[in-house]
Write a protein that binds this ligand. Structure first.
Ligand SMILES: [Zn+2]
Length: 209
Protein backbone atom coordinates (compact mmCIF):
# COMPACT_ATOMS: atom_id res chain seq x y z
CA UNK A 1 0.00 0.00 0.00
CA UNK A 2 1.13 3.53 -0.75
CA UNK A 3 2.63 5.86 1.84
CA UNK A 4 -0.19 8.37 1.42
CA UNK A 5 -2.78 5.67 2.21
CA UNK A 6 -0.87 4.63 5.33
CA UNK A 7 -0.66 8.25 6.40
CA UNK A 8 -4.40 8.75 5.97
CA UNK A 9 -5.37 5.56 7.79
CA UNK A 10 -2.93 6.34 10.62
CA UNK A 11 -4.36 9.86 10.94
CA UNK A 12 -7.86 8.35 11.10
CA UNK A 13 -6.68 6.06 13.90
CA UNK A 14 -5.42 9.11 15.79
CA UNK A 15 -8.75 10.85 15.26
CA UNK A 16 -10.54 7.75 16.51
CA UNK A 17 -8.46 7.76 19.70
CA UNK A 18 -9.20 11.48 20.19
CA UNK A 19 -12.94 10.99 19.76
CA UNK A 20 -12.88 8.01 22.09
CA UNK A 21 -11.03 9.97 24.79
CA UNK A 22 -12.97 13.26 24.26
CA UNK A 23 -9.75 15.27 23.99
CA UNK A 24 -9.58 19.07 23.59
CA UNK A 25 -9.02 20.54 20.08
CA UNK A 26 -5.25 20.97 20.46
CA UNK A 27 -4.76 17.41 21.67
CA UNK A 28 -7.03 16.16 18.88
CA UNK A 29 -4.86 17.79 16.21
CA UNK A 30 -1.70 16.46 17.90
CA UNK A 31 -3.10 12.92 18.03
CA UNK A 32 -4.10 13.06 14.35
CA UNK A 33 -0.51 14.09 13.50
CA UNK A 34 0.94 11.43 15.75
CA UNK A 35 -1.34 8.81 14.21
CA UNK A 36 -0.23 9.81 10.70
CA UNK A 37 3.45 9.45 11.67
CA UNK A 38 2.81 6.15 13.44
CA UNK A 39 1.05 4.92 10.31
CA UNK A 40 4.20 5.57 8.29
CA UNK A 41 6.72 4.29 10.85
CA UNK A 42 6.72 0.57 9.86
CA UNK A 43 8.01 1.50 6.42
CA UNK A 44 11.18 3.00 7.87
CA UNK A 45 12.64 -0.27 6.59
CA UNK A 46 11.89 0.68 3.00
CA UNK A 47 14.90 1.99 1.21
CA UNK A 48 14.23 5.52 0.13
CA UNK A 49 10.55 5.90 0.98
CA UNK A 50 9.83 7.46 4.34
CA UNK A 51 13.53 7.13 5.05
CA UNK A 52 14.22 9.69 2.35
CA UNK A 53 12.38 12.32 4.26
CA UNK A 54 13.67 11.96 7.76
CA UNK A 55 17.39 11.49 7.21
CA UNK A 56 19.90 14.23 7.71
CA UNK A 57 20.55 15.64 4.28
CA UNK A 58 23.08 13.55 2.43
CA UNK A 59 24.78 16.60 0.96
CA UNK A 60 25.20 18.14 4.38
CA UNK A 61 26.84 14.98 5.70
CA UNK A 62 29.20 14.69 2.76
CA UNK A 63 30.18 18.32 3.29
CA UNK A 64 30.77 17.61 6.98
CA UNK A 65 33.01 14.61 6.27
CA UNK A 66 34.87 16.51 3.56
CA UNK A 67 35.57 19.43 5.87
CA UNK A 68 36.73 17.06 8.61
CA UNK A 69 38.96 15.26 6.09
CA UNK A 70 40.56 18.47 4.85
CA UNK A 71 41.16 19.71 8.41
CA UNK A 72 42.67 16.39 9.48
CA UNK A 73 45.02 16.38 6.45
CA UNK A 74 46.17 19.95 7.08
CA UNK A 75 46.60 19.30 10.80
CA UNK A 76 48.64 16.14 10.16
CA UNK A 77 50.78 17.88 7.57
CA UNK A 78 51.60 20.81 9.87
CA UNK A 79 51.69 19.25 13.33
CA UNK A 80 52.70 15.61 12.88
CA UNK A 81 55.67 13.85 11.37
CA UNK A 82 56.65 10.43 10.07
CA UNK A 83 54.04 7.67 10.20
CA UNK A 84 51.44 9.78 12.03
CA UNK A 85 51.72 12.44 9.35
CA UNK A 86 51.18 9.98 6.48
CA UNK A 87 48.40 8.16 8.35
CA UNK A 88 46.62 11.43 9.19
CA UNK A 89 46.77 12.62 5.61
CA UNK A 90 45.59 9.23 4.31
CA UNK A 91 42.60 9.12 6.70
CA UNK A 92 41.81 12.73 5.81
CA UNK A 93 41.75 11.90 2.11
CA UNK A 94 39.50 8.90 2.77
CA UNK A 95 37.06 11.10 4.66
CA UNK A 96 37.10 13.47 1.73
CA UNK A 97 36.53 10.85 -0.97
CA UNK A 98 34.80 7.75 0.42
CA UNK A 99 31.46 9.23 1.60
CA UNK A 100 30.79 10.43 -1.95
CA UNK A 101 31.02 6.84 -3.12
CA UNK A 102 29.48 4.91 -0.27
CA UNK A 103 26.85 6.94 1.53
CA UNK A 104 23.55 5.25 0.79
CA UNK A 105 20.05 5.83 1.99
CA UNK A 106 20.36 3.06 4.57
CA UNK A 107 23.58 4.50 5.93
CA UNK A 108 21.87 7.86 6.17
CA UNK A 109 18.98 6.34 8.08
CA UNK A 110 21.38 4.66 10.47
CA UNK A 111 23.34 7.87 11.01
CA UNK A 112 20.08 9.73 11.64
CA UNK A 113 19.34 7.20 14.38
CA UNK A 114 22.79 7.69 15.90
CA UNK A 115 22.45 11.47 15.71
CA UNK A 116 19.00 11.35 17.33
CA UNK A 117 20.29 9.05 20.05
CA UNK A 118 22.97 11.59 20.89
CA UNK A 119 20.32 14.32 21.19
CA UNK A 120 18.12 12.11 23.37
CA UNK A 121 21.05 11.15 25.55
CA UNK A 122 22.20 14.74 25.98
CA UNK A 123 18.71 15.98 26.81
CA UNK A 124 17.93 12.86 28.84
CA UNK A 125 14.66 12.17 27.01
CA UNK A 126 13.96 8.45 27.03
CA UNK A 127 11.46 8.31 24.15
CA UNK A 128 13.88 10.11 21.82
CA UNK A 129 16.57 7.56 22.67
CA UNK A 130 14.15 4.66 22.13
CA UNK A 131 12.94 6.13 18.84
CA UNK A 132 16.53 6.56 17.69
CA UNK A 133 17.23 2.89 18.41
CA UNK A 134 14.07 1.94 16.51
CA UNK A 135 15.25 3.99 13.50
CA UNK A 136 18.80 2.63 13.62
CA UNK A 137 17.61 -0.99 13.87
CA UNK A 138 15.07 -0.46 11.06
CA UNK A 139 17.89 0.62 8.78
CA UNK A 140 19.28 -2.93 8.98
CA UNK A 141 16.06 -4.88 8.51
CA UNK A 142 14.73 -6.00 5.17
CA UNK A 143 11.35 -4.73 4.14
CA UNK A 144 8.27 -6.24 5.76
CA UNK A 145 10.10 -8.27 8.36
CA UNK A 146 10.26 -7.41 12.06
CA UNK A 147 8.87 -3.89 11.68
CA UNK A 148 5.76 -5.53 10.20
CA UNK A 149 5.09 -7.88 13.11
CA UNK A 150 3.59 -7.90 16.59
CA UNK A 151 7.07 -7.29 17.98
CA UNK A 152 7.26 -4.12 15.89
CA UNK A 153 3.89 -2.96 17.27
CA UNK A 154 5.04 -3.69 20.84
CA UNK A 155 8.31 -1.80 20.40
CA UNK A 156 6.60 1.19 18.87
CA UNK A 157 3.93 1.10 21.59
CA UNK A 158 6.68 1.14 24.20
CA UNK A 159 8.08 4.31 22.61
CA UNK A 160 4.55 5.78 22.53
CA UNK A 161 4.08 5.01 26.22
CA UNK A 162 7.30 6.84 27.12
CA UNK A 163 6.26 9.69 24.83
CA UNK A 164 2.96 10.01 26.71
CA UNK A 165 4.74 10.04 30.10
CA UNK A 166 7.11 12.71 28.84
CA UNK A 167 4.85 15.18 27.01
CA UNK A 168 1.60 14.36 28.87
CA UNK A 169 -0.45 14.14 25.70
CA UNK A 170 -3.29 11.83 26.72
CA UNK A 171 -3.96 9.15 24.13
CA UNK A 172 -0.42 9.13 22.67
CA UNK A 173 0.12 5.51 23.61
CA UNK A 174 -3.18 4.30 22.12
CA UNK A 175 -2.63 6.41 19.01
CA UNK A 176 0.91 5.10 18.48
CA UNK A 177 -0.27 1.50 18.78
CA UNK A 178 -3.42 2.01 16.66
CA UNK A 179 -1.60 4.03 13.99
CA UNK A 180 1.23 1.53 13.75
CA UNK A 181 -1.08 -1.50 13.77
CA UNK A 182 -3.29 0.13 11.12
CA UNK A 183 -0.30 0.04 8.78
CA UNK A 184 0.13 -3.69 9.23
CA UNK A 185 -3.57 -4.37 8.76
CA UNK A 186 -3.52 -2.27 5.56
CA UNK A 187 -0.51 -4.25 4.30
CA UNK A 188 -2.28 -7.61 4.69
CA UNK A 189 -2.88 -9.97 1.79
CA UNK A 190 -6.66 -9.95 2.32
CA UNK A 191 -6.75 -6.64 0.45
CA UNK A 192 -6.54 -7.13 -3.33
CA UNK A 193 -4.05 -4.23 -3.74
CA UNK A 194 -1.35 -6.11 -1.81
CA UNK A 195 0.68 -8.81 -3.50
CA UNK A 196 2.61 -9.60 -0.36
CA UNK A 197 1.17 -9.98 3.12
CA UNK A 198 2.27 -9.41 6.70
CA UNK A 199 4.18 -11.94 8.80
CA UNK A 200 2.59 -10.97 12.10
CA UNK A 201 4.38 -13.59 14.17
CA UNK A 202 7.99 -13.14 13.07
CA UNK A 203 10.49 -14.39 14.10
CA UNK A 204 8.50 -17.41 15.42
CA UNK A 205 6.25 -18.20 12.44
CA UNK A 206 6.89 -17.36 8.82
CA UNK A 207 3.23 -17.51 7.79
CA UNK A 208 2.11 -14.54 5.75
CA UNK A 209 -1.38 -13.11 6.32
ZN1 LIG B 1 4.53 -1.52 5.02
Amino acid sequence: MKGSSHLTIGAAAGLGAAVYLHTDPFSTVSLVGLGALSGLAPDLDVNGKLSNRITVSKKWLITFFSAAGILLSIYSYLEKSGFMQSAGIAIGLCLLLLPRLFIKQRTMLFLTGVFLFYIGWQTNVVWVMLLSVFIAVSSFLSHRTLTHSIIGVACFGFIGWHFEQSVHLEGSFITAVAGYASHLVADMKVWPVNKRGVKWFLPFFQKEF
